[in-house]
Design a protein. Structure first.
Length: 294
């Protein structure tokens, strides 16, 4: 996995060799160069000799191809695409409350809907990955199945109605040689065996504030089978702690979750708006310190 990650837009830029040549004048252009702050950041990191990754999107056109070619030329990048969220896409159409009822009252209807959504994502990713010709490293999939105190529904229900569709999607994705990063925050400890069996490679946005989400148990139980992403609290430490609290949590997460690798340190979800800037800085500074042998 990459040492530095960022997320955002990827642009393609060309420029004049001198500042005194107007853009409208026929002359030489230099480039293409990655542009936009996220792409410039990871390109710089790569040219300094470190590995970098970006979560973003490029167009299926000549500019997009130029940008991907340049990124691959400048350094080691983990390029990610997404998003395959089967259960969530279905309930976006029905409404969440209606979907939770339908899971119990109309399981055959729900299963058929999940099949159609999965068919769509399989078709979408087949075309995307084929067009990328091996440039994409990770596919992001998702379905929030956890809440603060446990799963959103019973484990048997998830195993029967939702998991099989992700198994089918993941099998297709792995045919292209990509890794699968699956998102579900919340209390998902009861579903860990099923998530691993489902074929994911990374569990993203682990939330240790949720009930039963213990770092030691998670790492010892499944750390040799999959990798983990997240773990720095956006519910308590980042928004309400002090910089020293953030640094301490970063060190604790690395010492447990990073043992023998398999951990991408990150916030447990999006950093919230009220988070003190000094805490964000402390997170990046501590996470960026040279690692000792774990």
């Amino acid at each position: 996995m990459a040492e530095v990650w960022t997320m955002g837009e990827l642009l393609c830029e060309v420029m004049r060799p001198r500042v005194d040549i107007p853009l409208y004048q026929a002359d030489i252009f230099q480039g293409p160069f990655p542009s936009g702050a996220p792409a410039i950041l990871i390109d710089t990191v790569a040219r300094l000799g470190h590995s970098a990754g970006i979560v973003g999107g490029v167009g299926k056109d000549d500019f997009g191809k130029c940008l991907l070619d340049r990124l691959n030329k400048d350094g080691e990048y983990a390029i990610l695409t997404g998003n395959g969220n089967i259960f969530e896409t279905a309930w976006y159409m029905t409404g969440l409350e209606n979907m939770l009822c339908l899971l119990l009252t109309e399981p055959e209807l729900v299963n058929r809907l999940f099949e159609k959504v999965t068919d769509y994502y399989i078709g979408f990713f087949r075309k995307t990955l084929a067009a990328a010709k091996g440039r994409i490293d990770i596919v992001f999939t998702a379905d929030d199945i956890g809440q603060q105190n446990g799963l959103m529904f019973s484990l048997p229900l998830w195993e029967e109605l939702i998991k099989p569709h992700h198994v089918r999607l993941n099998k297709t994705l792995h045919e292209f040689g990509v890794k699968i990063m699956y998102h579900s925050d919340g209390a998902v400890m009861d579903a860990m065996d099923g998530l691993v069996d489902m074929g994911i490679d990374v569990l993203e946005a682990i939330q240790f504030d949720a009930k039963g989400m213990d770092p030691v148990k998670l790492k010892n139980g499944w750390g040799e089978k999959i990798s983990f992403h997240g773990g720095i609290s956006v519910q308590s430490t980042l928004p309400f702690g002090k910089p020293d609290d953030v640094r301490r949590e970063v060190r604790e997460r690395i010492s447990v979750m990073g043992k023998k690798g398999g951990y991408i340190i990150a916030p447990s979800h999006a950093i919230q708006g009220q988070t003190p800037p000094e805490n964000i800085a402390a997170f990046f500074e501590e996470a960026g310190r040279p690692l000792i042998s774990l």
